[in-house]
Write a protein that binds this ligand. Structure first.
Ligand code: PLP
Length: 463
């Protein structure tokens, strides 16, 4: 391959990287130096120059300055607001579910004051942190008992450690999966002290595969939701009900790692599966799910199921180590209240996004295209396929609409949008960048469009 074919263009490449001092003299960095100090900015400049050496065309002085100012932004905070224009509702890199404004306001009030987190106000005595939460979760799932730990992975680890340590746990070969962020079923099992026994094959597992694997050391069957991939074609997976019947006959527990934890029955029109209630009804002894996926709250690990088992988990010293913070509890409690009060479901951003119909998305995209058009920026309304994400993918694609802004340098434009304040995460397509209307929150339209105009002004079509 020639250098040109690889994207090297010796004629355009600056002969050598810029000097640190030259970059620091760029007017773009002046406010940053004033705010953060010379030393911190100079360090970032050095790092960007080093990073640039690895690229086919080393970035010049201004490009390095742009990258440094993007990295340090106008504030030194590492966590910044991002407008999600990807159409993926539960985007793992963007903190999964955003929480509702009313929910957040209530939680913020509790955060900035003292709260009754461990106090029974009617008796004045010390109380369990989770009593209201537990009854809400039981009501929503139909389970006898519930508890909440720090996250979904912690819930699975806790149950396996307390209930299965030193014994066998049967897992279908099709379910020994890795979920984003390094959660791997075989590793969690090893960490818990339980022994993994594989049953069935990657594509087909039958009830008989479980029954023939049951032995005196079998503590549980663990079912795992296939979060982020699909096996299609010659595939078979027995119903939870059938597996539970066989397991319970032999005194073996059925644990169901439901992942996303859909908590609302009657939303099957959305094509979403794994209602926690359904799993409980089919005979799972314990069901685990995450608070910040389809539940739409903040990070939490939700356990629902049989009272005797939940009591055993609660008594474990490990539970104390996996305890959720009062803010997590407040957000979850407030979010669950939106489920049980009629008409409040759309206060949960995840649900509002899921339920927005195509026509309103098309109308919003047209407004964006019109606004950009008025500023002589060409933008086309395009149909899109978004996704639920966050451990419900590869579920059904979500029909959506957005705008395509044609541009020859999509990567540069996308990078510039990430440097905006708030940052914008857009999709990159061959012809330009794409903004999906479904995941852009209400009230973010103007910030989004302004960021696009700003980025287009800075990224010239020819580079
Ligand atoms: C997301 C997920 C987990 C991990 O839950 P966290 O809340 O991220 O810790 C575990 N199992 C499944 C099936 C999941 O989808």
């Amino acid at each position: 391959m020639t250098a040109a074919a690889q994207g090297h263009d010796p004629a355009r490449a600056p002969s050598r990287p810029p000097a640190v001092g030259a970059v620091l003299d760029s007017p773009r960095l002046k406010p940053l130096i004033r705010e953060l100090g010379h030393r911190l900015v100079a360090g970032a400049v050095r790092q960007e120059i080093e990073r640039g050496r690895l690229e086919p065309i080393a970035p010049g002085r201004e490009e390095v300055a742009v990258r440094v100012s993007q990295r340090l932004s106008s504030s030194p905070a590492r966590l910044r607001r991002v407008i999600n224009a990807t159409g993926v509702i539960l985007h793992t890199n963007l903190g999964r579910a955003p929480i509702g404004a009313a929910v957040a306001a209530r939680a913020m009030e509790l955060a900035t004051h003292y709260s009754s987190v461990e106090l029974d106000l009617s008796s004045g005595r010390r109380a369990d942190r989770q009593d209201l939460l537990q009854s809400l979760l039981c009501q929503l799932s139909g389970a006898e008992a519930a508890m909440v730990v720090n996250n979904g992975a912690a819930a699975v680890l806790l149950a396996l450690s307390v209930l299965c340590r030193g014994r066998d746990v049967l897992v279908s070969r099709g379910e020994a999966v890795e979920i984003g962020g390094g959660f791997r079923i075989p590793e969690i099992l090893r960490l818990s002290g339980a022994r993994l026994v594989d049953v069935g094959t990657t594509n087909r597992t039958r009830v008989g595969d479980y029954t023939s694997a049951f032995g005196p050391k079998t503590a549980a069957v663990l079912r795992v939701h296939q979060s982020n991939f699909a096996v299609s074609g010659f595939v078979e997976r027995p119903s939870l009900r059938a597996v539970a019947a066989e397991a319970h006959e032999r005194g073996v527990l059925v644990l169901d790692d439901a992942g996303s934890g859909l908590l609302v029955a009657g939303e099957s029109a959305l094509g979403l599966e794994d209602v926690v209630r359904d799993s409980v009804a089919q005979g799972a002894d314990l069901v685990f799910s995450s608070g910040d996926k389809l539940v739409g709250a903040s990070q939490a690990g939700i356990v629902v199921g049989r009272d005797a088992l939940v009591k055993r988990l609660r008594r474990s010293p490990m539970t104390r180590a996996l305890r959720p913070d009062k803010l997590q509890l407040a957000v979850l409690e407030q979010t669950l209240l939106c489920y049980v009060t009629p008409g409040r479901l759309d206060e949960i951003p995840t649900w509002r996004m899921l339920r927005t119909d195509r026509e309103s998305l098309r109308a919003r995209a047209s407004e964006w295209a019109g606004w950009l058009g008025d500023r002589a920026i060409s933008a086309e309304v395009v149909p899109l396929e978004g996704a639920v994400g966050g451990g419900t993918t590869p579920g059904p694609p979500l029909d959506s609409f957005g705008v395509l802004v044609p541009h020859p340098r999509t990567a540069a434009l996308r990078r510039r949008l990430l440097g905006a304040e708030p940052a914008v995460l857009a999709l990159e397509r061959d012809r330009g960048i794409v903004l999906d209307a479904r995941t852009v929150l209400p009230g973010e339209d103007q910030e989004l469009l302004t960021a696009v105009v700003g980025a287009l002004a800075e990224v010239t079509p020819l580079g």
